[in-house]
Design a binder for this molecule. Structure first.
Ligand code: IPM
Ligand code: MG
Length: 366
C-alpha cells in the first residue's frame, strides 16, 4: 500500500528530530515494502519568515490531502514578541481546529532503563503506564470572546472556557474505547466544584459511561490529580480531561518518563487522519547541536503507523526497537546524566541509526 504523509519539521530541534523519524519510516519501507510518499511543508516560525504566515495555505492544503501529518515543533524566542495571530503556536491551533483533531492522546509510561532518569523515586514511578486523553479543539484555547479591551482607562482581558455536550460526548467515547483495550479504568478530571463547564463535563461523561458498563469511571478534581500524578501515578489507566487541564497535566506527567524528550502524541478526529508530534516543543537552546532526543518523534511515527495507517505490527516493531536500544544503555544527553544504566552517550543521529539497525537486523551489535 502507498500512503501520503505530510511532514512539517518546523522550528528549533524540530527538523533534526523529524529527520530521525523519517529515517525510521524509510527503514520500514525497505524492510516491509510499504510506500510512504513524503511531502515537506513549512510551519511555525520558519513559515512566518518565508511566507508571513505560521500556517500557509499550501501547508494546510497538503495536510488536508494527506493520510497523516508528522510535525516536529514550532516556536522560539525570535517570534515571541509578534502579535498573537502571527505567533508560531497559532499554526498548531489552526491545524487542530481546521482539521477537527479533537482527541489528543499522550501516553505516560516508565521504561525500566530510565527509572533513574526521573527526579521522582523509582518506587513511585516503577511500572507506571497510563494515557492522557486531552480534548484538543475546545475550552479556553478556542472559546470566544477571547480579547483584550479597555474600560475606564484600564485594560481587561478575557478567554472563554466553553464546552458543548457533543464535544464532551465524542472525547468521552474516545477515552472509554481506549480504556476497553487496557485496564478498563477512566479517571475524568475536572474542576466541578467551581466551573460550570466542568459540571456539564461530569454529567455528560457519566451519561456516556453507561454505554461502557465494563469500564470503571472515577472523577477527580484537577488540583488533586496534579498531586496524585506525582504521589501515586500507578493508580491511573486512562485520564480524560479538557484542553487546558490536559496541557498542564501532560507536562507534569512527562517527568515520570524521565525526559519530556521521550513522549509522543497523536491528535485524531473522526476519520483516520491524524497529526503526530513529540510533546517536547522546539527547545531552541539545544537546536542544531545534534544532541536532542529523537525518541519522542520516533515513537510518534509508531503512533502514525498505528492510528492512521493501521499498521499495528510495524508500530510495535518501532516501540520494541526503542525499548531495546534503551535497555542497552544508549542514551541521548537528556537521559544520560545521573543514570547508572547509561553505557554510551549518543547523538540525535546516532540514536536514529540505532533504531534503524534494530528494525533492519533485529539486533544491535557494537
Ligand atoms: C502542547 C503545547 C501547545 C499547547 C502550545 C505550543 C500551543 O504546549 O501541545 O502541549 O498548549 O497545546
Ligand atoms: Mg503543552
Amino acid at each position: 500500500m502507498s500512503y501520503k504523509i505530510a511532514v512539517l519539521p518546523g522550528d528549533g530541534i524540530g527538523p533534526e528530530v523529524v529527520n530521525q523519524g523519517i529515517k525510521v519510516l524509510k527503514s520500514i519501507e525497505r524492510v516491509f515494502g510499504d510506500k510512504f510518499e513524503i511531502e515537506y511543508a513549512l510551519v511555525g516560525g520558519i513559515a512566518i519568515d518565508e511566507k508571513g504566515n505560521p500556517l500557509p495555505d499550501e501547508t494546510f492544503r497538503l495536510c488536508k490531502e494527506s493520510d497523516a501529518i508528522l510535525l516536529g515543533a514550532v516556536g522560539g524566542p525570535k517570534w515571541d514578541n509578534l502579535p498573537s495571530q502571527l505567533r508560531p503556536e497559532q499554526a498548531l491551533l489552526g491545524l487542530r481546529g481546521g482539521l477537527s483533531l479533537y482527541a489528543n492522546i499522550r501516553p505516560i509510561k516508565t521504561y525500566n532503563s530510565l527509572i533513574f532518569s526521573s527526579p521522582l523515586k523509582p518506587e513511585i514511578i516503577k511500572d507506571v503506564d497510563f494515557i492522557i486523553i486531552r480534548e484538543l479543539t475546545g475550552g479556553l484555547y478556542f472559546g470566544k470572546p477571547k480579547e483584550r479591551y479597555k474600560k475606564n482607562g484600564e485594560y481587561f482581558a478575557v478567554d472563554s472556557m466553553i464546552y458543548s455536550e457533543k464535544e464532551i460526548e465524542r472525547i468521552a467515547r474516545v477515552a472509554f474505547s481506549i480504556a476497553q483495550k487496557r485496564r478498563k479504568k477512566v479517571t475524568s478530571v475536572d474542576k466541578a466544584n467551581i466551573l460550570e463547564t466542568s459540571r456539564l463535563w461530569r454529567e455528560v461523561v457519566e451519561k456516556i459511561s453507561k454505554e461502557y458498563p465494563d469500564i470503571l469511571l472515577e472523577h477527580m478534581y484537577v488540583d488533586n490529580c496534579s498531586m496524585q500524578i506525582v504521589r501515586n501515578p500507578r493508580q491511573f489507566d486512562v485520564i480524560l480531561t479538557e484542553n487546558t487541564f490536559g496541557d498542564i497535566l501532560s507536562d507534569e506527567a512527562a517527568v515520570i518518563t524521565g525526559s519530556i524528550g521521550m513522549l509522543p502524541s497523536a491528535s485524531l478526529g473522526e476519520g483516520t487522519k491524524g497529526l503526530y508530534e513529540p510533546i517536547h516543543g522546539s527547545a531552541p537552546d539545544i537546536a542544531g547541536k545534534n544532541v536532542a532526543n529523537p525518541l519522542g518523534t520516533i515513537l510518534s511515527c509508531a503512533f502514525l503507523l498505528r492510528y492512521s495507517l493501521n499498521l499495528e505490527e510495524k508500530a510495535k516493531l518501532i516501540e520494541e526497537a526503542v525499548e531495546k536500544v534503551l535497555d542497552l544503555g544508549y542514551f541521548t544527553q537528556d537521559l544520560y546524566v545521573n543514570n547508572p544504566n547509561a553505557k554510551r552517550l549518543v547523538s540525535t543521529e546516532e540514536m536514529g541509526d540505532l533504531i534503524v539497525k534494530y528494525i533492519e537486523r533485529g539486533e544491535i551489535n557494537d
